[in-house]
Design a binder for this molecule. Structure first.
Ligand SMILES: Cc1ncc(COP(=O)(O)OP(=O)(O)O)c(N)n1
Ligand SMILES: Cc1ncsc1CCOP(=O)(O)O
Length: 527
């Protein structure tokens, strides 16, 4: 077994173990403190469905009980603050909760109780959805809560997610009609204390796109999506906030969590026409559209340890032929030199030859406990029971490959943009290959994105990333010191395989990586 000199940082390690079949493990968990919607389109019912759909356990503390359906809100009964507090205590005294999400908090006393409990239990992350008015226009929390919300709850929040009218109310009636207004009001709400403010632009007039604005105190992200025509928008805000909470509970940072949550909400809205619930104008979303597509649930990541991406050797049949050795022989030398994962990239081989090379390489990989993936060919991976595949943007889509390979195989995919990375996550990939970072002659007609392109993708990637393209001992230190948190390693072809001695070439590259980690601050980030 290889002795890994270092491990790259991966925030979701606890989450990846969550669904392991080997032993009971920590399941990512959210506590929602919100109102009950008897029609189950919004409120705690939406939160629990969203979390379940994202593979996250969800507990609840109910603040108000509403009599509600797809037509509107017929009645509200608010619980005493002391009983809300008792529910929160019951959950947090027993169950490890990663993230608390709040929704309808109908009285200042309830907000006070929630704040006191959050402080008492030192909750890691708090998502505040400042629910004020239902989709049907019914007031759910009146102006009496505003002062406590602003002064007591928002300073504790990791992220607050107002829509445009809620943002306007929080900012003392400041008009919010344009994207510029959304930016300004986000900054104003940020001064009340939350780490991030997401102003949702669902009601933005004269805008073809849906634009949400995320502000982190130093800069704005404009997150754009297409408008989806549907009657089933009831519970969209609750679902988005609960999905953000679920992704944070799985270990994502805020920006990728928001992006993944937005993607999920858009899909749930798109699939809403496939369910017909109630006769009113406000139907529920289809939270469980993925159930027919089991590979998309978070359990897909359970068996992949991203530290395996540290030194990723990608073979090249032409190079190995030029140096007069077989691919399996080259694979063994790379593993002995310290490669932590292998990809068999046979661009010229016929199918039968590819399968034979893959089977021989897999036998070697299994001897050393190193995963062996197949480039491009899902059929070859199935035929030889490989550990997984690596797919490009024009190969079989990740979603289909996942449905063929099941949750136990590793799927990597090549991405150059954040949008591609978020889609890869949604579709069930385990890691992203990002490049070419530097110019390379190994892959023709491949755009070089540079270190800046790598950094940009890593900043918002929900999945671990391996850098590829022109990487050698001369520049690997620069790649690692660029320090994007989701970067877990480098993938290399010619530096390892266009060499007379593959074992030595691998040892040399690995030594440069280890030296870079021990000499610089990168080790602190990656370990
Ligand atoms: C780890 C890793 N990252 C990226 C690639 C490139 O894959 P793709 O875009 O499919 O290009 P080809 O390898 O098929 O030329 C990769 N192979 N491995
Ligand atoms: C397959 C691939 N995808 C992006 S760049 C690249 C080639 C990497 O080869 P090398 O490590 O020799 O530059």
């Amino acid at each position: 077994m290889l002795n890994l000199a270092c491990s790259f940082r991966f925030k979701s390690v606890t989450a990846t173990a969550a669904f392991s079949t080997d032993s009971p493990a920590h399941v990512p968990c959210v506590l929602t403190i919100a109102g009950s919607d008897s029609g189950a389109g919004a409120g705690i019912q939406a939160d629990i469905k969203a979390c379940a759909a994202r593979g996250v356990y969800c507990c609840s503390a109910i603040t108000s009980v509403t009599a509600q359906n797809t037509i509107g809100v017929q009645g509200i009964s608010t619980l005493p603050a002391a009983f809300v507090e008792q529910q929160i205590n019951s959950v947090l005294d027993d169950i490890h909760v990663d993230v608390v999400k709040t929704g309808m908090l109908a009285s200042p006393e309830i907000i006070q109780s929630v704040c006191s409990r959050i402080k008492h239990y030192s909750i890691g992350s708090l998502v505040v959805d400042p629910v004020m008015v239902s989709t049907s226009g019914h007031e759910l929390s009146g102006p009496s809560i505003l002062d406590r919300l602003r002064k007591a709850l928002l300073p504790l929040a990791t992220i607050v997610t107002p829509n445009m009218s809620e943002a306007s109310v929080l900012a003392d009636g400041k008009p919010v009609n344009t994207v510029l207004d959304m930016r300004e009001v986000a900054a104003e709400i940020h001064r009340m204390g939350p780490r991030y403010v997401l102003v949702k632009g669902g009601h933005l007039k004269n805008s073809h796109d849906l634009v949400d604005v995320l502000y982190d105190g130093s800069g704005w992200h404009e997150l754009r999506g297409s408008r989806i025509k549907t009657r089933s928008t009831h519970g969209t805000g609750c679902t988005l906030a609960a999905s953000i909470a679920a992704e944070l509970a799985k270990g994502l940072d805020v920006l990728p969590a928001v992006m993944a949550a937005k993607e999920y909400v858009a899909k749930a809205l798109e699939h809403s026409s496939s369910i017909k619930i109630g006769g009113g104008a406000q139907g529920p979303m289809n939270h469980f559209f993925q159930l027919a597509d089991w590979g998309k649930l978070s359990s897909r990541q359970c068996r992949f340890d991203p530290r395996k991406l540290f030194l990723y050797a990608v073979t090249d049949s032409g190079m190995n032929k030029r140096w007069d050795r077989s691919t399996p022989a080259a694979v063994e030398q790379a593993i002995q030199g310290g490669a932590t994962i292998i990809q068999i990239r046979e661009k010229e081989a016929e199918t039968l030859e590819f399968i034979e090379i893959a089977e021989a390489s897999l036998a070697i990989g299994r001897k050393y406990g190193v995963p062996v993936l197949i480039n491009d060919r899902v059929d070859v991976a199935v035929a030889c029971n490989a550990d997984g595949v690596h797919l490009g943007q024009t190969d079989m889509p990740v979603r289909l490959a996942r449905s063929i390979l099941g949750p136990g195989k590793i799927i990597g995919t090549s991405c150059k943009t954040v949008e591609q990375a978020v889609k890869a996550y949604e579709d069930g990939a385990d890691y992203i290959g990002c490049g070419g970072v530097y110019p390379t002659t190994t892959k023709k007609k491949n755009k070089t994105i540079g270190l800046d392109g790598l950094r940009l993708l890593c900043e918002a990637s929900p999945l671990p990333v391996v850098a590829i393209g022109g990487i050698s001992a001369a520049n690997v230190e620069e790649v690692m010191n660029s320090r994007p948190a989701m970067l877990h390693g480098v993938a290399v072809v010619s530096t390892l395989f266009d060499q007379s001695d593959v074992g030595q070439a691998t040892r040399d590259l690995r030594a440069s990586m280890t030296a870079a980690l021990s000499e610089s601050t990168a080790g602190k980030v990656f370990s």
